[in-house]
Write a protein that binds this ligand. Structure first.
Ligand code: ADP
Length: 451
């Protein structure tokens, strides 16, 4: 290569290198700028995320406080609304038992029916809220499942007869007994399904079948299937998917013609599923509908003696010394009337403080304790007794809580304060005597052991 050519080549290469360097520098400046921009964006993003997280946290705290306030509100309402209604239901029941002449007898029946309707609606709304808040408590007490189903069957029989419907049932003969579960909630579901079956059937009839599901059961867990079949108007395929939703009725004319709140099936489904069971519905328009639910119960042999015999055995509670702590005079009067002629010796107190005074004076064997009372509430009074704060008072005396509250938290509070049991208001006569009988046996067993 000549010198000249060599120089040219060298110069070309120098220029090319320079250009490359310029481009590299340009690109690296661009990259640097981009990087700075990115860093800025990143910092901004982090800031935004932090702010958003704080906002969300604030919202979560607010929502939690709202839920708590709502559930407290409901707990108070369940007490405030149910208490007076329970009094109306209780007293109309007592009046009904007097066998009044007509038309007064009819007035009382209407009064009781309407009050019960209102009580049911309030209970539905409260139940649903408690379920939604995950706060529903289930009882587990031994009871005769067949007997309970037969009772519901009997209770609705007249309505079916009045409508000219056939009314049949099939009960299992081989179901192991006693079974533990929540009798009240089983009643609630059965009543809802059978009441609907009557409501939506014009011709034909309603049938209740209870089956012992042997193949699904074990030694401890007994599965029972309940089937409510009707020959009524049926439910279209579209609606079959919706009927278990809350406030859902087939169409607005359903409400006009049949009434109802559209809550019954939503609650029934939740009550069944929360106990580990299932519910299904099959239906054909204008042919009829079948609701089937399957529920597990606990089979407990040792529970046999505690089982509700279904009879009012007044003799076994005669002489029992009972203290009723309840601020409402009407409620005390109701219990007084129920216990009339039973031989139970009933002491009364209007609040926790008075209860402690009565306990100092009298030898009480069992306490029925209301929760919400002025001066000293039921929880505080129970603590005072259990901690031996009151001289001369038996710290182990059995205490049964009287409550209109359905909330799990309330029930936890009851037991952690040291109460032994609870009974939900309205206390039916049968339940009251079953409870007193149960504790009488317990008290007798304890005093024999101590002797
Ligand atoms: P409601 O209080 O309205 O009876 P439910 O939740 O119990 O509320 O029922 C919801 C709807 O499902 C009813 O309004 C009705 O349209 C339909 N339904 C329930 N049971 C039956 C039945 N056995 N036959 C026909 N339709 C039914």
């Amino acid at each position: 290569m000549s010198d000249d050519a060599y120089k040219k080549a060298f110069e070309r290469e120098r220029l090319a290198r320079k250009e490359a360097e310029r481009i590299t520098e340009l690109k690296s400046r661009e990259l640097f700028d981009l990087n700075t921009e990115l860093k800025k964006l990143n910092a901004e993003l982090e800031e935004r995320i932090l702010a958003r997280t704080a906002e969300l946290e604030e919202a979560r705290v607010r929502a939690e406080a709202n839920t708590k306030a709502k559930s407290e509100f409901l707990s108070v309402m369940s007490h405030e609304m149910r208490s007076p209604l329970n009094v109306i239901v209780g007293f109309s029941e007592l009046l009904e038992q007097r066998g009044l002449e007509e038309p007064e007898g009819g007035y009382v029946r209407n009064l009781r029916f309407s009050a019960l309707q209102l009580l049911n609606l309030i209970s539905d709304i409260l139940d649903l809220s408690a379920i939604e808040a995950g706060k529903i408590a289930f009882e587990s007490t031994p009871f005769d499942v067949v007997h309970a189903a037969e009772r519901v069957f009997k209770a609705l029989e007249q309505r079916a007869i009045d409508k000219g419907l056939t009314w049949s049932k099939g009960m299992p003969a081989d179901l192991p007994q006693p079974l533990s579960g929540d009798a009240a909630k089983l009643n609630q579901v059965l009543i809802n399904l059978m009441d609907n079956a009557i409501k939506f059937t014009r011709e034909g009839g309603v049938d209740l079948e209870v089956h012992y599901m042997k193949e699904k059961s074990t030694d401890r867990e007994v599965w029972v299937a309940f089937e409510v079949r009707d020959t009524g108007k049926g439910i279209s395929e579209d609606n079959l998917e919706r009927i278990f939703n809350k406030f859902e009725q087939e169409n607005t004319s359903t409400r006009r013609v049949h009434g109802g709140s559209g809550l019954g099936l939503a609650i029934s489904k939740q009550l069944i599923e929360l106990q580990g069971g299932t519910i299904t519905c099959t239906s054909e328009l204008n042919k009829g509908t079948t609701f089937r639910f399957e529920l597990p119960f606990v089979h407990e042999k040792r529970a046999a003696e505690a089982m509700d015999s279904g009879t009012l055995d007044k003799d076994q509670v005669a002489g029992l010394k009972l203290l009723v702590v309840e601020d409402l005079e009407v409620n005390r009067m109701l219990l007084r009337q129920m216990l009339r002629n039973s031989g139970v010796v009933m002491f009364e107190a209007e609040n926790g403080q008075e209860a402690l005074d009565v306990l100092k004076e009298h030898d009480v064997e069992l306490i029925l304790m209301d929760l919400h009372m002025p001066e000293m509430d039921g929880i505080e009074a129970t603590r005072a007794i259990r901690e031996g704060r009151v001289k001369g008072v038996n710290a182990d005396v059995p205490i049964v809580c009287l409550t209109a509250d359905v909330f799990k938290e309330t029930k936890e509070a009851i037991f952690s304060a040291g109460m032994n049991d609870f009974v939900t208001k309205p206390v039916e006569m049968r339940r009251l005597f079953q409870l007193l009988g149960h504790w009488r046996k317990h008290i007798d067993a304890r005093s024999t052991a101590n002797a």
